[in-house]
Design a protein around this ligand. Structure first.
Ligand code: KIV
Length: 269
């Protein structure tokens, strides 16, 4: 019998209770080994459908299939011990009806071992959020710039530039909070609007390009590591890993070509 107590993961109620308290730290991750590094600092890790663009070179998140989310979700759960793992529901797997959303969310939870799902949409998704949470599936909501609707929005556009649109976004936020979402991602939103929403809802808001006036922050890991060929303007790049990879690959290629590759050191023992 093991004498070591298992490390318990951060829970959904623990995240929900952080409203107005210690800021919530989160990052995306799609991969077991990077997730293990992120696990040391993040309260929750999102297996975002941004993986379609970041990992698989897609132009948007619209084409991401459910099986791909499950495969990456499983890898991240395997690589981590501590953080709450949230997996995105991809486009087309939840909008049609609450029961279809339940079937797909349950599949994600059973097959990955994650602790919650995330879906995009405000008021229009409130009924589905209530249906899922009442049946044991914790839901993180996501409003503002919702990439799965980029075709309707005409691209990835900052929301709230027009003050007349604020009541609509505020109504979206209140609707998902009242429906039972435990946290709310605010993406691509002007600061005064993000601040108003954060003040109005009882659940933590998690900003991405939505100012510091949120209860927590999330960034796409590859963006903040300088690993994306295109980094959104609002992202602070904390490490230039893209340049380090280029340099390492160049050094390796040079050593192979000029025969200075360390032969003895590179043998399986
Ligand atoms: O898919 C994703 O990475 C996301 C974050 C941008 C919040 O939804």
């Amino acid at each position: 019998m093991s004498t070591q107590a298992p490390i318990r993961r951060v829970t959904v109620p623990q995240i929900a209770r952080r409203k107005g308290g210690e800021p919530i730290v989160s990052l995306t991750s799609y991969h077991a080994h990077t997730a293990a590094i992120v696990d040391e600092v993040a309260d929750f890790i999102l297996v975002g459908d941004s993986l379609g663009m970041v990992m698989h070179g897609m132009e948007s998140t619209v084409g991401v299939p459910l099986d791909l989310m499950i495969m990456h979700g499983r890898a991240v759960v395997r690589g981590t011990k501590r953080a709450l793992i949230v997996v995105d529901m991809p486009f087309g797997t939840y909008e049609e009806s609450p029961s279809i959303a339940f079937r797909n969310a349950a599949k994600i939870m059973k097959e990955t071992g994650c602790g919650a799902v995330k879906l995009e949409g405000g008021k229009r998704m409130a009924e589905t959020i209530r249906f899922l949470t009442e049946r044991g599936i914790p839901v993180m909501a996501h409003i503002g710039l919702t990439p799965q609707s980029s075709h309707v929005m005409g691209g990835f556009k900052t929301q709230g530039r027009d003050e007349e649109s604020w009541p609509m976004h505020e109504e979206d936020a209140r609707a998902v909070a009242e429906a039972g979402a435990f946290a709310l991602v605010l993406e691509g939103m002007l600061e005064p609007l993000a601040r108003r929403i954060t003040d109005q809802v009882a659940i933590p808001t998690i900003g991405i390009g939505a100012s510091a006036h949120c209860d927590g922050q999330i960034l796409v890991l590859e963006d903040m590591l300088g690993l994306n060929p295109w980094t959104p303007k609002f992202v602070k790049v904390y490490g230039q890993l893209g340049d380090m990879i280029k340099q390492a690959v160049k050094s390796y290629a040079e050593e192979v070509r000029d025969r200075s590759f360390p032969g003895e050191d590179q043998v399986y023992r």
